[in-house]
Design a binder for this molecule. Structure first.
Ligand SMILES: [Zn+2]
Ligand SMILES: [Zn+2]
Ligand SMILES: [Zn+2]
Ligand SMILES: [Zn+2]
Length: 281
């Protein structure tokens, strides 16, 4: 694809253009937006900043890093890609607009936005898809899955009213706090979204999803390269949030639940896209 006959789907909102051969109707938003039932505006700065004066923040002194430690190495790649033994990743708090450290602080990764050249393209059997124009090293932040942040009730309503041919996917992310409490975030990219909404599901994905907080208590659903991804490869993630050796997606029967067929083509394909049953119960 040459750049001359491609349009920038982000309309200049991203620092690097999101190329596509066709223009696609989408209210492009680089970040999450407030949707029905969400009482907080995700663009509002609600988390405090650190008062570090060093070039880059250190876990010993930085209030942002003291909560959960360093998430990234000095080149900005995710450190704990294999996942913790507990099965739960520790929360990530990045430096934000209120922090006094420099813009090049290594605790600023997702907050810096899209850095890679990605293309939205037509796939053989899955409709739209996203491929990378450049090689992506393992652990690199690729893009966010941005959309409307909605409540559980609204997510249920939208899920139930969706037609089988619609290619929209509401992602539900559950975070378990040490106290036993669970935080749930529902992101729907149907009305507003970024390049992330075009990324297909795969039962053997190359991206790993991790909730990351920058300036808001509402997490951003950040996608990182789970392995080295070659130029022109299609990007995929598991819509159920699983990655690697974690337990496979349950194969559920399709009775009345409008389950969508999976066309990922991998050997361990679960045949259907994951369905968040907790939304429907
Ligand atoms: Zn910092
Ligand atoms: Zn700091
Ligand atoms: Zn900070
Ligand atoms: Zn599959």
């Amino acid at each position: 694809m040459t750049e001359e006959r491609s349009v920038d789907l982000s309309g200049g909102l991203e620092d690097v253009p999101v190329l596509c051969e066709f223009s696609v109707f989408l209210q492009y938003s680089t970040d999450n937006v407030q949707g029905l039932g969400c009482s907080v505006d995700p663009s509002e700065v609600t988390l405090p900043g650190c008062s570090c004066i060093s070039h880059s923040c250190h876990p010993e002194t930085c209030s942002c890093l003291q909560t959960s430690g360093k998430a990234y190495d000095d080149t900005g790649r995710l450190l704990n890609l294999d996942g913790p033994e507990s099965g739960y990743s520790s929360p990530v708090f990045e430096c934000n607009a209120l922090c006094t450290c420099s813009d090049t602080c290594t605790n600023r990764v997702v907050g810096r936005g899209l850095r890679l050249r990605l293309e939205v393209c037509r796939t053989k059997s899955k409709g739209w898809g996203v491929r990378t124009s450049e090689e992506i090293p393992r652990g690199t932040f690729v893009c966010e899955y941005a959309g409307e942040v909605i409540s559980f009730t609204e997510a249920t309503r939208r899920q139930l009213s969706q037609r089988a041919e619609e290619n929209n996917y509401i992602i539900a992310v559950r975070e378990h706090a040490g106290t036993g409490s669970v935080t749930e975030t529902f992101v729907d990219p149907a009305r507003a979204g970024n390049v992330g909404r075009f990324i297909n599901h795969s039962c053997t994905p190359n991206l790993y999803m991790l909730p990351v907080r920058v300036h808001s208590a509402i997490p951003r659903l950040a996608l990182f390269a789970g392995r080295c991804i070659h130029a022109q490869e299609e990007l995929t993630f598991d819509y159920s949030g699983r990655y690697g050796a974690q337990k496979p997606v349950e194969a559920l029967s399709g009775d009345g639940l409008k389950r969508k067929r999976c066309h990922c083509g991998s050997v361990n394909c679960a045949r259907f896209l994951p369905l968040d049953l907790s939304i429907l119960s």
